[in-house]
Design a protein around this ligand. Structure first.
Ligand code: AMP
Length: 186
């Protein structure tokens, strides 16, 4: 099963994706985590990604797509995965579709976690990551609104989009997501 966890920075995608991965027994692929690890280890990808991540811009699509494609070849991904932070623009949707088509897979569910702007900013400022300063947060949210949020239209037309209220307690939100997945299973 391929699930996309969708939503603005700070809606809780990472937390929910790792809970879901454990409960559903499938892999969790966070492109943000992949870049942070690559930067820490100063790999070739890390060196390229660093400036983009620091300023809150999107890393170029070809690099993101190659990270996702490579990860998906691993044995841990045999039962599918939860994509957290990917795709983030139309080019990445196309890249994902071609990765999946090549393996006879498709996106099964897109869970859109919805959180109001004020709560998002409060959560991000409280998180204390390097790219969580006020100006970088503003830039990341702008990119989300302009490039990522419009993908909701695409996924709603493809019939597998489910919007879940992302405000509240972590366990409760997780329950809502699991319920939404069950209700919409084919
Ligand atoms: P995240 O942890 O998902 O908030 O991602 C942190 C940073 O990693 C983003 O601000 C981007 O610089 C980079 N990044 C993560 N995922 C992607 C992606 N799908 N496309 C481009 N850049 C990404």
């Amino acid at each position: 099963m391929i699930i996309i966890l969708f939503g603005a920075p700070g809606v809780g995608k990472g937390t929910q994706a790792s809970l879901l991965a454990r409960k559903l027994g499938i892999a969790h692929l966070s492109t943000g985590d992949a870049f942070r690890t690559a930067i820490q280890n100063q790999t070739e990808v890390g060196k390229i990604a660093q400036s983009y991540v620091d300023e809150g811009s999107l890393v170029p699509d070809n690099i993101v797509a190659s990270i996702v494609e490579e990860a998906m070849q691993g044995p841990a991904y045999r039962n599918g995965c939860i994509l957290d932070g990917f795709p983030r623009n139309r080019g990445q949707v196309d890249a994902l579709n071609s990765i999946l088509v090549g393996r006879g897979l498709r996106v099964d569910k897109v869970i859109n976690l919805e959180v109001d702007n004020e709560t998002i900013i409060k959560r991000l400022l409280g998180r204390g990551r390097n790219d969580d300063s006020a100006d970088v947060i503003e830039h990341r949210l702008n990119i989300y609104r302009h490039e990522t949020e419009p993908l909701l239209e695409y996924y709603s037309q493809n019939g597998n989009l489910i919007t879940v209220d992302g405000v509240g307690d972590i366990a409760e939100i997780n329950r809502r997501i699991l319920e939404a997945i069950d209700d919409h299973s084919d």
